[in-house]
Design a protein around this ligand. Structure first.
Ligand SMILES: [Cu+2]
Length: 624
């Protein structure tokens, strides 16, 4: 085995070697499955010092007959199990959903007499036309339910091959499935509404109409090839350099992002998201933590040139594993390319007559994942002027229910009798910042006008109000669009030519944080989403905003627990956590397949440079 960089993702050979070690240690009995398997990253100090480090993998193992759950760490370097901790699901949460749970749940549900009877009452006896959708259960009580490893199952009708099942939800009926006892232990049958009939098959010409013929070809060419270089997982473009990583749980990860050889981010990823639905009747438990419960990285798409990405593309494969811990390669999972992005800067000077124009470009590092009905693209952009942007593209199909008629404020009717329930997509970005070194601090910057007074006789004054966030307890903050609120991540060691700290500013998008009641069972589990900003002192153990074990976690884990120690965060090695994402009121235009809805955030250099760093960008052509 050749020696990988400590931040490179685990390879197929490494997964197999780790698996052998787990077998030898007796941890892989017949009915034990991998709920997660990935790289246990080398210690930050070792990586920064270039020191030799232990290559380790982490495995979450669940015994599907007993429910016994183990969190094991394996050293490949020393060929041994470093730790194997028993997880107490009632206290710590359940391990994530397995791939095989989807098929198993379908069999279990369709074999249950009570559920079959409820379906028959609704006129559905041919269960080959029914698709079941297992939804993670959360923790809503009663305690005897919460103690089970379980999912809740909704059903959709697929009238014929290639029909879009999401168009035909069977509402009011759910099966609660115990994954260990492998049986339905409860059927809730609360109301009946007609199953919506209109086809949603957007591939069917009868639904979509003939393809339009008016689009002329657009081709992207770079006759001299792309401007970036990829050496293994190390990527360089213009003044940017970084390393690319990938994880079955959190998907794409970025490491050691530097600009002009000055560090900006030690690590960046989107390690959690929650999608809570706002219908209090019957489906009050519908909320997915796509990352912690289902593992978004495992569902990464293979991208295709000319379809998903245009131009001179470099792809990286991703390696994940199946339930048995066997490696599975996802070809072309990560897409890297360069894009023209319109005007960078432009001016026609009225005094000296100079007319100048420069083109902006960006480097794009992206991947797409499909989790059930939704598809999410995660796009990191790096611009010539030092801007970093994350864009999430949400597309796919709405999760539907039956529309009960007017006076139902929780949903939009998107097709006759078909409802798209109001919901949120709340992502958590974990930004392990390193702006000009590890010693960083965060300032909240508001802008406001001042009232007329002796120093402001005409009332035109605008001032910045800068508040230094010095402790973890003080750094749980929300956006405020009325004040143009931003958060500035400053170096406490390095200054620019004005003697002021070099910094990057986080520009959030103003949208609501978690709307569920603070006393709700969901808020207890999605504590991270109650604030748009959190700042913590770096702690290698603090990886996951909703806790290590999110599935059926009883609550309180993750960011609310991380900040309980109330560490000093001023001039320390800190991590900035940013909650963002839309509150989605479905539109008829989102049906039957949704045009991309975008959300994200921007990080801009702010006094990181001494002036516009792109004056050296040449004109795109001699006459410009
Ligand atoms: Cu949505």
């Amino acid at each position: 085995m050749s020696s990988p960089h400590p931040l490179d993702p685990a390879s197929a050979e490494e997964y197999l070697a780790g698996r052998d070690i787990l077998v030898a240690a007796g941890l892989l009995a017949e009915s034990v499955r991998f709920a997660y398997y990935g790289l246990e990253e080398a210690a930050k100090d070792d990586v920064l010092a270039g020191a030799a480090s232990d290559r380790r993998l982490r495995a979450y193992l669940v015994n599907t007959d007993t429910g016994e759950s183990t969190d094991a760490v394996v050293s490949l370097t020393h060929a041994k199990v470093v730790s194997a901790r028993t997880v107490d699901p009632a206290r710590d949460g359940q391990l994530p959903i397995l791939d095989s749970d989807f098929a198993r749940v379908d069999e279990i549900t369709k074999a249950d007499p009570d559920w079959r009877a409820a379906m028959a009452r609704r006129g559905y006896t041919d269960l080959s036309k029914v698709r079941t959708c297992p939804i993670t259960a959360g923790a809503f009580g009663p305690p005897e339910d919460d103690r089970r490893r379980m999912v809740r199952v909704l059903a959709f009708v697929m009238e014929r091959e290639h029909d879009l099942a999401w168009a035909h939800p069977v509402d009011g009926l759910a099966a609660y499935v115990d994954l260990i006892e492998k049986k339905v232990f409860k059927v809730t049958d609360e109301f009946e509404l007609p199953v919506p009939r209109e086809s949603g098959d957007y591939d069917d010409e009868a639904v979509r109409g003939p393809h339009r013929t008016t689009l002329k070809p657009i081709e992207i060419t770079q006759p001299e090839g792309p401007g970036f270089t990829l050496d293994g997982f190390a990527l360089r473009w213009q003044d940017w350099s970084m390393r690319i990583g990938f994880d079955a749980r959190e998907g794409l990860t970025l490491h050691q992002v530097s600009l002009d050889d000055r560090p900006v981010l030690y690590r960046a990823s989107i390690p959690e998201m929650v999608v809570p639905y706002g219908d209090p009747k019957f489906r009050h438990w519908q909320a997915y933590f796509d990352t912690g419960e289902y593992l978004v990285g495992k569902f990464a798409n293979s991208l295709e040139l000319g379809c998903d990405c245009l131009g001179e593309i470099a792809y990286l494969d991703a390696t994940v594993t199946d339930d048995a811990g066997q490696p599975r390669t996802i070809p072309n999972a990560i897409c890297i390319h360069e894009e023209d992005f319109g005007i960078l800067w432009k001016h026609t000077d009225i005094f000296n007559g100079s007319a100048q124009s420069r083109r902006q470009r960006r480097l794009v590092v992206s991947y797409f994942t499909t989790v059930g009905n939704y598809d999410y693209g995660f796009y990191w952009y790096f611009y010539l002027d030092g801007t970093i942007e994350l864009e999430v593209k949400a597309t796919g199909v709405l999760f539907t229910s039956a529309y009960p008629g007017d006076g139902h404020p929780y949903a939009t009717e998107v097709a006759p009798g078909l409802a798209g329930v109001v919901h949120q997509h709340l992502f958590s970005a974990r930004l392990d910042v390193s702006v000009d070194g590890m010693a960083n601090a965060v300032e909240e910057v508001d802008v406001s006008g001042l009232p007329i007074g002796p120093d402001n006789p005409y009332g035109n004054a605008i001032v910045q109000q800068v508040t230094r966030l010095t402790r973890e307890s003080q750094a749980g903050r929300r956006t405020d669009g009325s004040r143009g609120r931003t958060w500035r991540i400053i170096s406490t060691e390095r200054a620019n030519r004005f003697g002021r700290p070099t910094s990057f500013t986080l520009y959030p998008e103003p949208s609501p944080a978690l709307l569920a009641d603070p006393d709700s069972p969901l808020a207890a589990r999605a504590g991270f989403a109650a604030n748009h900003l959190w700042v913590t002192r770096y702690d290698a153990e603090q990886r996951w905003p909703a806790g290590d074990f999110v599935n059926q976690n009883p609550g309180g884990a993750g960011l609310p627990a991380f900040v309980a120690g109330d560490h000093d965060i001023d001039g320390e090695d800190i991590v900035v956590w940013h909650t963002f994402g839309p509150t989605h009121v479905p539109r008829p235009e989102d049906w039957p397949v949704m045009p991309v809805a975008r959300c994200g955030f921007v990080l801009k250099p702010t006094g990181f440079f001494d002036r516009n760093p792109t004056l050296d960008v040449p004109p795109p052509a001699a006459h410009c």
